[in-house]
Design a protein around this ligand. Structure first.
Ligand SMILES: [Zn+2]
Length: 123
């Protein structure tokens, strides 16, 4: 899904489930604004569990540090909010929590701000 959003094979997952990004500067220079927004948003250290069809998580959970990828996929790829912005929101929210110790309202606001850079739209 990330590679679809980035427009190429720039994200890879190792055997332990660690995701790394590996676009070169030249490749990044060729990104659209939305691709660059997604890349910049998810490019950082964060630990998040990914579930599929979780009963306890809707899209993502600040408290559980979890993303339900089925819910994210349901956003689709249209203009405005889409699966990439939904994913980026949750990742940014966790970065703000885990790296900066922000509480839910602040971290969630950071997630919303990140969405704008990914969709190019304000909601
Ligand atoms: Zn949020």
């Amino acid at each position: 899904m990330l590679n679809e959003g980035l427009g190429g094979k720039y994200a890879s997952v190792d055997k332990d489930g660690n995701v790394s990004l590996n676009a070169t500067e030249k490749q990044i220079a060729g990104f659209s604004d939305e691709q660059k927004g997604l890349y910049d948003t998810i490019n950082g250290d964060v630990t998040i569990s990914v579930s599929e069809g979780s009963d306890s998580v809707i899209i993502g959970s600040y408290a559980l540090e979890e993303i339900d990828i089925s819910d994210v996929e349901n956003f689709g790829t249209g203009e405005g909010a889409n699966k990439f912005s939904a994913f980026g929101h949750e990742v940014k929210e966790q970065q703000s929590k885990q790296s900066e110790g922000k509480g839910y309202p602040e971290a969630h606001a950071d997630g919303e701000a990140a969405e704008k850079s990914i969709t190019g739209y304000t909601r």
